[in-house]
Design a protein around this ligand. Structure first.
Ligand SMILES: C[S@@+](CC[C@H](N)C(=O)[O-])C[C@H]1O[C@@H](n2cnc3c(N)ncnc32)[C@H](O)[C@@H]1O
Length: 614
């Protein structure tokens, strides 16, 4: 499935009958046909391999992918294995085959799934007890280099080890000898080492960041420190490769270039353990996926296959031919300031997408404050929101949309900082619903209802209600079920604006929504508060949501919490179908049910539901 490669032979011969062909498939340009009719006949076979994209290039984006045909929501657009797998930059000692952490305490090993280390017989590097890890092709590169220098020994397993930062570089050097084709692909990827050199030179003043005038975001004050940390990391990596591993043949510029390629193109792969907790993370670098551009309102989503660590790119929404394909390099729930600063610092570009250019963030108001003018609130209720005059000029004032009252940027940053500190304290009381609700209530006086701080807490609350051991969903009071529903509905409204279509977060929130609506509906029906028709309608709606959850969360890795939710939703859907059928059966005694739950997956009703949602 390589979009830009053309198959010379198939240009001349019809893919169906081998006759001379003169017209290429307009989708992928990879196969040709003698007649339109043969193209139509061959489509059943070809559609599975007809590549949906091609690589283009522009001065502002560099290389990017564009759709060569209309793409439906949820289609797999690209699936590929990594060229390179490497541990994250900051890691304690881990096995370089399975990437599990070490710990010699037997109790910890069971609880946190740590493994006991033993030295690799060839290089001495600590590995787990599994021979497969010691002999894994990934470990071969650093193993050979470490063996050549007389071995590598690590004694302290519980601290972050700088020596692991060099693994990615050692593995690329290994590719050069063992897989020159992969090495070439990797070298062909975007590097920003030149820009990095310039940026690092002025690291201390951090003036290249989107906003240094004020810490307007979640991580505002931390960026200068992070920048110098990045710089220190690079110096350490060069020293470790050239000094500790004695690879003096590799010059500093080459190492810096490789570091930049990995940073610019690497994807974090979260690996769930048997209980669904993410206790390992890896960095994967992929070839074609690397050409996907960033957009703060992306039209594609990524997931990973744990078996071969392949990345799978799917369309989140229907995509028209000629549209650029994009993923988000950052958390879409972050505000503009954080997104832009992060992208500038790690990927060296200023995002100019529609969301970044719009001070209201497409009407989602993820960074907006509430106007504090009494007159304004009296006139417009609580809807008056304060937005930046110009999102690309951080030193400029903010202004109320309704009354035009201006607010100095210093005022805005003091509010954001204060609430940020309160939230840090709140994080220490993880799972405390009343404390989070209190925070939401207090901060809502100053922040837009969908401000990034409130979004974070509302996502947490939506998942906490009905999921705590002392208050499972069936024991939740109607008032709390209603609150859960309200939170989910609010969140879905925001997602529709800034992160539309199929994605993991929508799946999680939809899962919570259907659980609450279903439980409340059953409660109300049992208490005689709603008629049967309404109850059935609500259950049907829940069935549609469940179908959505099964699809979207079903893309997530085996064992992951999300996949467990998808499996749970599949079981619940079966129960729901039987329940609806039995209620309808009781009702109609022999008559055909008016709406069949079996049709739910593909019925026109469902189609219109999808259209409604996207
Ligand atoms: C993973 S690479 C994407 C492919 C890259 N354009 C290339 O030519 O290889 C990431 C880099 O692409 C560029 N890029 C991606 N999205 C962009 C955007 N929305 N605006 C400007 N540059 C972008 C930036 O230079 C970024 O560091």
């Amino acid at each position: 499935m390589v979009g830009q490669e053309k198959d010379k032979k198939s240009e001349d011969q019809c893919a169906l009958c081998n006759a001379t062909a003169n017209s290429r498939c307009g989708g992928c340009s990879k196969v040709s046909y003698c007649t339109k009719e043969h193209q139509k006949k061959h489509w059943k076979i070809h559609k599975g391999e007809c590549c949906a994209w091609k690589v283009c290039e522009s001065t502002s984006l560099g290389r990017y992918l564009t759709a060569v045909r209309d793409i439906k929501a949820g289609e797999v657009i690209l699936r590929e294995r990594p060229i390179l797998l490497t541990p994250p930059k900051v890691t304690p000692a881990i096995c370089l085959g399975c990437y599990r952490e070490f710990n010699t305490d037997p109790e910890e090993q069971v609880q946190r799934e740590y493994v006991e280390p033993r030295p690799c017989p060839k290089c001495g590097w600590p590995m787990c007890q599994n021979d497969e890890c010691i002999n894994s092709p990934e470990h071969a590169a650093e193993c050979a280099i470490a063996e050549a220098r007389g071995g590598a020994v690590i004694r302290d397993f519980n601290v972050d080890h700088p020596v692991y930062r060099s693994i990615g570089i050692l593995r690329v050097l290994g590719l050069k000898d063992r897989h020159p084709d992969k090495y070439q692909k990797l070298l062909n990827l975007q590097s920003h080492s030149e820009k990095q050199r310039l940026e690092d030179a002025k690291a201390a003043d951090s003036s290249s960041l989107h906003s240094n005038a004020a810490a307007l975001g979640r991580f505002g004050g931390e960026y200068p420190e992070q920048r110098s940390e990045i710089e220190r990391d690079k110096v350490v990596t060069v020293k470790v490769v050239r000094g500790f591993f004695q690879r003096k043949d590799v010059d500093e510029d080459t190492i810096l270039n490789l570091i930049s390629i990995i940073e610019t193109n690497g994807h974090e792969i979260p690996i769930p353990n048997a209980r669904g907790h993410i206790n390992r993370r890896l960095i994967g670098v992929y070839n074609n996926t690397s050409f996907l551009e960033h957009n703060c309102k992306p039209n594609c989503v990524k997931t990973f296959d744990m078996a071969d660590k392949a990345i799978v790119i799917r369309s989140a929404v229907p995509i028209k031919k000629g549209t650029n394909l994009s993923i988000s390099y950052v958390d879409p729930l972050w505000g503009t300031n954080d997104r832009c600063n992060f992208l500038q610092m790690t990927k060296y570009f200023t995002c100019k997408c529609t969301r970044c250019r719009d001070p209201t963030e497409l009407g989602a108001h993820v960074s907006s404050l509430r106007c504090q003018s009494l007159k304004c609130c009296e006139k417009t209720g609580l809807e008056s929101l304060v937005i930046p005059e110009d999102p690309f000029a951080p030193e400029k004032d903010w202004v109320c949309i309704a009354c035009k009252e201006t607010y100095p940027v210093g005022y805005v940053s003091s509010i954001v900082n204060k609430i940020g500190k309160d939230m840090d304290e709140l994080h220490e009381k993880f799972g405390d619903i009343p404390a989070i609700e209190e925070f939401v209530k207090k901060s809502s006086k100053f922040l837009s209802p969908f401000h990034f701080y409130l979004l974070e807490m509302k996502v947490e609350l939506a998942q906490l209600y009905g999921r705590t051991p002392d208050e499972p969903i069936l024991a939740l009071a109607p008032r709390k079920l209603l609150r859960k529903i309200q939170l989910c509905e609010e969140l879905l409204i925001v997602l529709n604006k800034i992160y539309p279509g199929y994605n993991r977060l929508r799946g999680i929130i939809t899962y919570e929504l259907q659980a609450a609506v279903c439980t409340l509906s059953k409660m109300k029906f049992a208490a005689g508060e709603i008629p049967l028709d309404k109850h059935l309608d609500e259950l049907m709606q829940c069935g549609k949501w469940m179908t959505e959850v099964i699809k979207v969360l079903g893309w997530e890795p085996e064992n992951s919490i999300e996949k467990q939710r998808a499996d749970g939703a599949a079981q619940d859907l079966q129960l729901l179908k039987s329940m609806v059928l039995s209620i309808q059966g009781d009702q109609n005694e022999g008559a055909q049910p008016s709406t069949s739950m079996d049709d739910m997956d593909n019925s026109p009703d469902r189609e219109s539901f999808i259209e409604e949602v996207f």
